[in-house]
Ligand binder design. Structure first.
Ligand code: DOR
Ligand code: ZN
Length: 354
């Protein structure tokens, strides 16, 4: 008789870049479905971006968002503040809920864009805890790194997708600039060929890249601090209308574990980039007695059975490895065999100030 294979055990993973759409766009996702998808994907901490239907650019809006989150979350959740460069006073003493400041320097969902000329002023105005996180593609990455160097503010560059972004970041790191960066699974596992194949379902910002850029990311994985899903749920109807972004919370871990099997990275890379480094970058609290148990099976990723309200994935048809069987958070069973067991509101709304 064959013994059951031993489950894999991982610490609770951290995704420092998700869009849970709540409040304002709960037809796409809400705090309950989004944090449930996180647990299903092995993530026990997520950090939510401020490009809600009403951009979260004031402490008042951030606290209001926190109140919505508090009653619905099933895993630990932190929030970022945003800025359009308009009310710099909001950045000097932000709400104690802000884990960082997110700035968009390229156009994407919500048309929430900061003029790069405002960058140094915004950097200098930020006196909150945590880094400034930027959506900054190749055309503006130099401006961002110069602003970080000039102001001393710590920067995290989200979703690097091209050599022309990563190369200057690696050079800045070597020079001692306080910069970290993240990569998404879609920029590691998909290319512009997939974008063509997927049509509107392949639209994401930054765009999926040519193969040589994707190869450059893999070749310099050691210089990329974190893997961040950029979970950006949109309904299939919204995608057909041209919305940018992919859900990713439930596919990140199986894609990475499959890549581990294929020798593209190690288990230590996965734990480092999906738990240790995001925790260090943000100063997140530890989660004692927290473990993710994973059934070691290969399967074909598909759009059925996902907990995200978006209900589809651009990775359908690809092999994934590892099904999350059970998640224990602070000693409580919060997820098992496809079911969220935690009650809405039982996750912690994290405050960096406490
Ligand atoms: O494709 C994207 N979708 N890129 C972003 O920067 C934002 C995200 C979203 O919120 O939908
Ligand atoms: Zn994002």
């Amino acid at each position: 008789m064959n013994a059951m294979p031993e489950p894999l055990r991982l610490p609770g993973l951290v995704d420092l870049h998700v869009h849970l759409r709540d409040p304002g766009q709960t037809a796409k996702e809400d705090f309950l479905t989004g944090t449930g998808a996180a647990l299903a994907g092995g993530f026990t901490t997520v950090l939510d971006m401020p490009n809600n239907a009403v951009p979260v650019t004031t402490s008042e809006l951030l606290e209001a968002k926190g109140s919505v989150a508090r009653s619905r979350i099933v895993c630990d959740t932190g929030l970022y503040l945003g800025s359009l460069g308009e009310d710099l006073a909001e950045l000097s003493d932000p709400s104690g809920l802000a884990w960082g400041l997110k700035l968009y320097l390229n156009r994407t969902t919500g048309g929430y864009l900061l003029d790069a000329e405002r960058l140094s002023d915004v950097f200098l105005a930020w006196h909150g805890r945590g880094p400034i996180l930027v959506h900054a593609e190749a055309d503006v990455i130099g401006t961002v790194l110069a602003a970080s160097r000039a102001t001393g503010r710590r920067v995290h560059v989200c979703h690097v997708s091209r050599r022309a972004e990563l190369e200057p970041i690696l050079a800045a790191k070597a020079d001692g600039t306080a910069v970290t960066c993240g990569v998404t699974p879609h920029h590691l596992f998909l290319t512009e060929d997939d974008a063509r194949r997927l049509g509107p379902f392949g639209e994401v910002r930054p765009r999926l890249a040519p193969r040589p850029d994707v190869d450059f990311l893999w070749e310099h994985l050691d210089g990329i601090d974190v893997v961040e899903s950029d979970h950006a749920p949109h309904t299939t109807a919204d995608k057909e209308q041209g919305a940018f972004g992919f859900p990713g919370l439930e596919t990140t871990l199986p894609l990475l574990l499959q890549a581990e099997r294929e020798g593209q990275l190690t288990r230590a890379d996965i734990v480092g980039k999906c738990a240790l480094a995001p925790r260090t970058i943000l100063g997140l609290p530890e989660q004692p007695d927290t473990v993710v148990e994973i059934e070691p099976v290969e399967f074909e990723i598909g759009s059925t059975g996902l907990l995200t309200r978006a209900g589809w994935t651009p990775f359908a048809g690809r092999p994934g490895f590892g099904r999350v069987h059970r998640v224990t958070l602070r000693g409580e069973r919060v997820f098992e065999d496809g079911q969220v067991l935690a009650a809405p509101g039982s996750g912690r709304l994290l405050r960096p100030s406490s």
